[in-house]
Design a protein around this ligand. Structure first.
Ligand code: WQD
Length: 345
């Protein structure tokens, strides 16, 4: 039986590309829309090498309502959408807030308008644990209070969830699922796709792998005076392939009409936290590479500790993160080595 057709916006990005692989592995037909503002077209080659199928691809900006509308008129057979396309650099969002509000919200609104006019079954939305800020209680559950966002980026995720909730409340034929990611890390085991930060990485693990391979001289550890066992911040680091698999389960839930609510929210984490020093030590152990790092001042906006209560996703979606931190860090290192070997050819 023909599997459904899924639109993946931002599908050449880090989590998007890993999700396209898992969708194709499950027999879904995929079409990617991406404006390549923060990703590379070569990612399509990596996806094709892994699955043997080159996903359909169209390049345009989802903030352009006319182009978006004509895309949907051309593709009347889209069953559901996974919406990744958004800017996601926390620091940049503080310097350029309007760039983030324009891009992240206008693209979403255009998608929702076309869901309504084309009777598309629903939307899986890429959200973030950043909506919780510093939770009062840990592990953090989906019904924890949403606090004032620490950045315009985080605010666009909070506002997006509200827009989706309001949209779904009057378009009850469509369903929506927001997936609140904790800290996605690692790469596909083939090392053919992975995280490709443009410029200097702001996230910890790509900075670690670039330091280990010699592109960065030294890793700065942003503070070791937090109220945690070793003084460094704690996060819930989740393997990107485990995260991608959760998107397949979520889009199947929509297509098979299994949602219990019209708009559902799930935490996607491992349920356990790791400190910055624990990440560094684990990386050194699995790669046998000594990391050059220095403790410096705290980074503005960092919260002290956050990790997920994953019971709802485990029980309701039947999904659980399975990959160990060690295996995930090794996959990040293998990807870094493989990618650098390719680009220096
Ligand atoms: C993790 C820890 C840093 C870099 C952000 C967004 C989140 C998501 C993931 C998009 C912190 C420390 C980091 C470095 C360091 N983004 N660190 N030296 O800030 O938890 O989450 O990225 O979806 O929404 O909020 O991730 O990897 O930047 O930081 O010491 O060079 O590593 O202080 O404690 P973060 P991160």
């Amino acid at each position: 039986m023909k599997k459904a057709k899924i639109l993946v916006t931002g599908g050449t990005g880090y989590i998007g590309s890993h999700t396209v692989v898992e969708l194709q592995n499950k027999g879904f037909e995929v079409i990617i829309v991406d404006n390549l503002s923060n990703s590379h077209i070569e990612v399509l080659d990596g996806i094709t090498e892994i699955t043997g199928i080159c996903p359909a691809f169209e390049q345009f900006n989802l903030c352009d309502s006319e182009t978006t509308k004509s895309f949907f008129l051309k593709h009347k057979d889209i069953d559901a959408i996974i919406h990744f396309a958004a800017f996601k650099a926390v620091g940049e969002s503080v310097e350029k807030p309007l760039k983030y509000y324009h891009n992240n919200l206008e693209s979403l609104i255009n998608i929702l308008e076309n869901i309504q006019s084309n009777g598309i079954k629903g939307l899986v939305f890429s959200s973030s644990c950043t909506v919780y800020g510093q939770p009062d209680e840990l592990p953090v559950t989906e019904d924890a209070p949403i606090k004032k966002a620490f950045s315009p980026y985080g605010n666009t995720k909070q506002i997006a969830e509200e827009i989706i909730s309001d949209f779904i409340s009057i378009n009850t034929d469509s369903k929506a699922i927001a997936l609140r990611y904790f800290n996605p890390i690692g790469a596909h085991k083939s090392s053919k796709i992975g995280e490709l930060p443009l410029g200097v990485p702001s996230n910890l693990v790509p900075f670690i792998t670039q330091t280990a391979i010699g592109i960065r001289q030294q890793l700065n550890v942003f503070g070791n005076d937090y109220d945690t066992p070793d003084g460094t911040c704690i996060r819930d680091y989740i393997n990107v392939v485990d995260l991608a698999k959760a998107h397949v389960v979520a889009v199947e839930r929509i297509i098979e009409n299994k949602n219990k609510q019209n708009f559902e929210v799930f935490n996607l984490g491992t349920g356990s936290g790791a400190s910055v020093f624990e990440i560094i030590n684990s990386f050194e152990k699995v790669t046998n590479k000594k990391l050059n790092y220095k403790v410096v001042a705290r980074r503005a906006g960092d919260i002290e500790k956050v990790y997920a209560d994953t019971k709802f996703a485990n029980e309701e979606l039947g999904w659980k993160a399975e990959t160990s931190l060690e295996e995930t860090l090794l996959s990040a290192w293998n990807w870094e080595k493989n990618y650098r070997a390719k680009v220096t050819k």
